[in-house]
Design a protein around this ligand. Structure first.
Ligand code: CO
Length: 284
């Protein structure tokens, strides 16, 4: 018998300001993160007013984490201190493993129109925090879209559904990252390992979540309780959500701004290195 997960908590995303003055919605972050291990933060940016996004995210460091950017509308140009450069186009994902450290910027490429997407931060276990930085630029056309039944489809960025695997593989915390779209009156169920943290972020429509059928509207996140399966029914207007899961790391977290380590000493080292110019580690 599948053990269908109940709902643990529903969170409402909150307006906040980040980068050089980008208006976005923080779905969860520093204060909620202990409940989301191995994930640290989820931001949802979406606006058709350039004043809300043009300031972008100028030069800043990251160490000890992965940042996963999924663009649904608009284009973001990124560049880093190692000379890597590229554009995240609409529908693309950039899965960046900062590891020992990168200094980068993320700036909008368009000065008009809708800019919409997500940035998720995933923690790295202690033995990978100082690994060599790694980028996976996942183009839209390499992300498989699976039709589970008429009116229910999933884009598989990472993980597996109905025998289809996503392009991002070999991540220690075994994350799964699905973008699921449902017409009205449909049911979606999906097996997830019992010990994994799993949440759904609704960004269109509404639905009934979990064995207890809790109604959740757009702009809200559902954190599931323990169990082996998630069950979701779409509401009258249909439903679209991110379904994200991963294996908890269970280590101490020392977090300041864009750097997340295990101890305060490691944090102090990181900021000292950033100040004195030795933050970036060369070679493998
Ligand atoms: Co960044």
């Amino acid at each position: 018998m599948p053990d269908i997960r109940r709902i643990k908590t529903v969170f409402k995303s909150k307006p906040t300001m980040e980068g050089a003055g980008v208006r976005l919605k923080r779905v969860f972050g520093f204060h909620e993160a202990p409940k989301f291990d191995p994930f640290l933060l989820l931001d949802h940016f979406g606006s058709d007013n350039p004043d809300d996004y043009m300031a972008g995210f100028p030069w800043h460091p990251h160490r000890g984490i992965e940042t996963i950017t999924y663009m649904l509308d608009g284009r973001v140009e990124h560049g880093d201190s190692l000379g890597n450069q590229g554009v995240i186009e609409s529908g693309d994902v950039q899965w960046m493993t900062a590891g020992s450290g990168i200094i980068h910027q993320e700036m909008p490429k368009e000065s008009e129109g809708l800019m919409m997407g997500f940035q998720l931060w995933a923690n790295l276990p202690s033995h990978q925090k100082m690994m060599h930085p790694r980028y996976r630029d996942v183009k839209r056309n390499t992300i498989p879209e699976v039709e589970l039944e008429s009116g229910v489809r999933a884009r598989v960025i990472c993980g597996e559904i109905a025998g289809t695997r996503g392009p991002v593989q070999d991540i220690v915390t075994e994350p799964e990252y699905l973008d699921v779209e449902m017409a009205s009156g449909k049911t979606f169920s999906h097996d997830i390992k019992e010990d994994h943290t799993v949440f759904a972020y609704v960004f269109e429509g509404s639905g009934a979540f979990g064995v207890d059928k809790v109604t959740v509207e757009s702009g809200h996140l559902v954190l599931f309780d323990e169990g082996s399966e998630v069950l979701i029914d779409s509401g009258d207007e249909g439903l679209r959500f991110l379904l994200i899961s991963g294996k908890p790391i269970g280590e101490p977290v020392a977090w300041y701004g864009p750097i997340v380590m295990n101890t305060r000493e490691e944090l102090e080292t990181a900021f000292r290195e950033y100040r004195n110019g030795t933050f970036i580690k060369k070679g493998k």
